[in-house]
Design a protein around this ligand. Structure first.
Ligand SMILES: [Zn+2]
Length: 344
C-alpha cells in the first residue's frame, strides 16, 4: 500500500489543512507578490505555517503552489521558474513533515490556470496539459505523496490537469475538488453529481468541494456527492464562512467553534477528508480536529437522499465568457490570499 492508501485505511475522519494564502498575508506578503516566490525567499515562514497545521492535527498538508502553474506565474513574468518553485515547495513541506515525526502526507497543490479552454476561451487543451504536466513533474520530483487539484470550475480543465499529471506521474494518487459557488454549481455549471461521476471515472483517489460561499453550500455539495456515490472518499474544505467584502478586502468571519460544528456536519454527511479553505487558520483546524475526536461518530445519521429534480446537463452560467473569466480570476486571487483591490 502507498502512503495514501495506508492513511485512508484508518477508520474515522482524516484531517487536512487550512488556508495558506491568508496566512501568508498575515505574515507580511504584500498585494501583488506571488505567494509561490516565498518558497524561495521566506521558506521559514512557509514551513512555520505548515508546522502549525501539522501541530493542529492535519494529516494531509498542501504545498504552497496553488498559483504555481506556468499560466498563473506568467501573469507576473515568472513562467521560467515553474520547476524551481514547485520542486522547492515540495522539498520544504517534506522536510517539515519529516521534522514533525508524524505520519503526514505531502499533497502537491495544483490550482486552476485562470484561463478558459478553447474554443470558448483562449487556452488550447494541449497547452493546458503540457502546463499542468510541468507543474506536476516538479511537485513529484520534490517528494509529493499525492497531487491535489483544487478550486476547479471546469471538468475539461480538470481533464487536462489529470492528463498532465498522468503523463509525468502515472501512479501517483490524484485528489480533486471543485468549487460549487454558483447556486449549487461551479461557475462553469457543473453539479456535484456530475463532478463525482466524471472524476471517479477518471480515476480520482478522492473527490470533493472546496472554497466557495461558506459552510452551508459546501455541506449541501457533500450531501449530494455522498448520495450519488456513497463509497467514494469525499473531501470537504470550506472557507471560514462566506467571504464578505469590507473596504475592498475579503473578510471571513467563521470562528473556530463554527468550523468545529461544520466539521461534524460534513463528516456526518459523508466527508472523509476534512479541512478548511480561505480565511481559516491553525486555530480553526485544531478546533475541528478536536470536535471530531470528541464526538460520538458512531451515531452518524444515514445520508440524505439526492435532491429531487437536480438538473442533469452541464449548463454554464448566463453571461459572457469574459465575465466568467473575470469572476474566476477574482475567486482564484481571493483563494490565493490576494486581498488587495481588484480592477473589476
Ligand atoms: Zn479558498
Amino acid at each position: 500500500m502507498n502512503k495514501w492508501q495506508t492513511l485512508l485505511a484508518q477508520p474515522g475522519p482524516l484531517m487536512a489543512d487550512g488556508a495558506m494564502g491568508t496566512q501568508l498575508f498575515a505574515a507580511g506578503l504584500q498585494f501583488g507578490d506571488p505567494p509561490e516566490t516565498w518558497n524561495v525567499l521566506h521558506p521559514d515562514v512557509v514551513r512555520g505555517i505548515q508546522r502549525r497545521y501539522i501541530e493542529a492535527g492535519a494529516q494531509i498538508v498542501l504545498t504552497n503552489t496553488f498559483g504555481g502553474s506556468r499560466f498563473r506565474l506568467a501573469m507576473l513574468n515568472l513562467q521560467s521558474r515553474v520547476s524551481e518553485l514547485n520542486r522547492t515547495a515540495a522539498i520544504l513541506l517534506r522536510a517539515e513533515v519529516e521534522a514533525s515525526g508524524r505520519n503526514v502526507l505531502v499533497a502537491g497543490d495544483i490550482g486552476p490556470s485562470g484561463d478558459i479552454l478553447a474554443p470558448v476561451g483562449t487556452l488550447e487543451y494541449a497547452d493546458a496539459v503540457a502546463g499542468f504536466a510541468e507543474q506536476a513533474e516538479a511537485l513529484a520530483a520534490g517528494g509529493a505523496d499525492v497531487l491535489w487539484i483544487e478550486t476547479m470550475s471546469s471538468l475539461e480543465e480538470i481533464q487536462a490537469a489529470f492528463e498532465g499529471v498522468r503523463r509525468v506521474a502515472p501512479e501517483i494518487p490524484v485528489i480533486t475538488t471543485m468549487s460549487f459557488d454558483t447556486h449549487g454549481r461551479t461557475m462553469m455549471g457543473v453539479t456535484p453529481e456530475q463532478a463525482l461521476q466524471a472524476l471517479t471515472e477518471r480515476g480520482a483517489a478522492a473527490v470533493g468541494a472546496n472554497c466557495g460561499n461558506g459552510t452551508d453550500e459546501l455541506l449541501a455539495a457533500i450531501q449530494r456527492m455522498h448520495a450519488a456515490g456513497p463509497r467514494v472518499p469525499l473531501v470537504a474544505k470550506s472557507n471560514a464562512g462566506m467571504p464578505e467584502l469590507v473596504s475592498g478586502k475579503a473578510v471571513y468571519r467563521a470562528t473556530p467553534d463554527v468550523m468545529a460544528c461544520y466539521a461534524l456536519d460534513v463528516y456526518r454527511a459523508g466527508a472523509r477528508i476534512i479541512g478548511a479553505c480561505c480565511g481559516s487558520s491553525p486555530d480553526h483546524i485544531r478546533a475541528m480536529a478536536e470536535s471530531l475526536r470528541s464526538a460520538d461518530l458512531s451515531a452518524a445519521p444515514p445520508p440524505p437522499a439526492a435532491p429531487a429534480g437536480a438538473p442533469p446537463a452541464e449548463r454554464p452560467e448566463a453571461g459572457a465568457a469574459s465575465d466568467r473569466a473575470a469572476r474566476r480570476q477574482a475567486r482564484a486571487a481571493r483563494h490565493a490570499g490576494d486581498e488587495g483591490p481588484r480592477s473589476e
